[in-house]
Design a protein around this ligand. Structure first.
Ligand SMILES: Nc1ncnc2c1ncn2[C@@H]1O[C@H](COP(=O)(O)OP(=O)(O)OP(=O)(O)O)[C@@H](O)[C@H]1O
Length: 263
């Protein structure tokens, strides 16, 4: 096995509409210290692919087939308890709206301590110290004050960085970032992109789900382009930017150039 995570022939369908596939025969590999960008227009199947990877799709509603291997472990056939222990430790995910990741009625610190203790048998004091260290590593200011805050008092950028800090506590080998910078302003976007770049340098494999090709250009090594649930083009980012083969990829790139030019 070449990669850390190998996805082969991944399909997601709706049980009540077996003829319609939402994700169609998707293949890709995540490698240590490399970032793969999953790009495509809204509705192209990027989030469904990630949810299938993390086994977050309701099995009563969705049919998931194919193979997803993390090291030698087949994720689609793993017992639920083992899968939950793997997700949040070795494979972590951060999402677009960090405010939905935190309960607004419970202090951030309490939630961080709970999430640490869900994976490690340690006391609250030790978990608190680990939480503080994690926030410091994300270069967040006044970490003790942050632990004592409620999510609704913090900005989206701050919450996104806290979510990344929490995702990194158990030293994941893979980080899935689903539109992790989309809801952020330019300044926070650039801070989060820089943090993600540092993670890559530390050897973490990144899956960047984005419709922003600027994010892909800054961080990703390779890119796969999705349309209507299928991968229609793939390759090294610099090659796809220089000479896209498919009209759809050219359109995505064209839209980016127009956006960049303020048109
Ligand atoms: N709960 C659901 N039930 C049925 N179909 C769904 C459900 N969620 C998503 N879909 C369908 O799956 C397809 C892919 O959606 P998905 O959310 O993966 O797209 P996406 O590329 O992530 O888009 P975006 O960038 O807007 O998040 C869409 O056609 C959508 O209608």
């Amino acid at each position: 096995m070449n990669g850390l995570l190998e996805v082969k022939n991944l399909c997601v369908g709706l049980k009540e509409q077996p003829s319609r596939l939402i994700v169609k025969h998707v293949d890709f590999t995540l490698r240590q210290g490399k970032a793969l960008a999953l790009v495509g227009e809204s509705g192209s199947g990027k989030t469904m692919t990630c949810k299938a990877l993390m086994r977050l799709l309701n099995r009563k509603k969705f049919e998931v087939s194919g193979s997803i291997r993390y090291r030698e472990v087949g994720l689609l056939t793993l017992k639920e308890k083992e899968m939950r222990s793997l997700c949040g430790s070795k494979i972590a995910m951060i999402i677009q709206h960090p405010m939905t990741a935190f309960n607004p009625t419970i202090k951030i610190g309490v939630q961080i301590i709970e999430s640490i203790r869900a994976h490690r048998k340690i006391g609250k004091k030790e978990a608190y110290e680990i939480g503080i260290q994690a926030l410091e590593q994300m270069h967040l200011p006044r970490c003790e004050q942050l632990m004592n805050s409620y999510s609704y008092t913090l900005s989206g950028g701050m919450l996104q960085r806290i979510m990344i800090a929490v995702a990194l506590i158990h030293k994941p080998e893979i980080l899935i970032a689903d539109e992790a910078t989309t809801a952020l302003d330019v300044k926070n976007q650039s801070i989060v992109l820089e943090e993600l770049d540092q993670l890559k340098k530390k050897g973490i494999a990144l899956l960047l789900v984005t419709h922003d090709l600027g994010v892909a250009a800054k961080l990703a090594d390779d890119m796969v382009v999705m349309k209507s649930g299928e991968i229609i083009e793939r390759g090294a980012v610099f090659k796809l930017f220089a000479s896209p083969r498919e009209a759809y990829t050219k359109e995505l790139l064209g839209a980016r150039i127009m956006k960049g030019a303020g048109l």
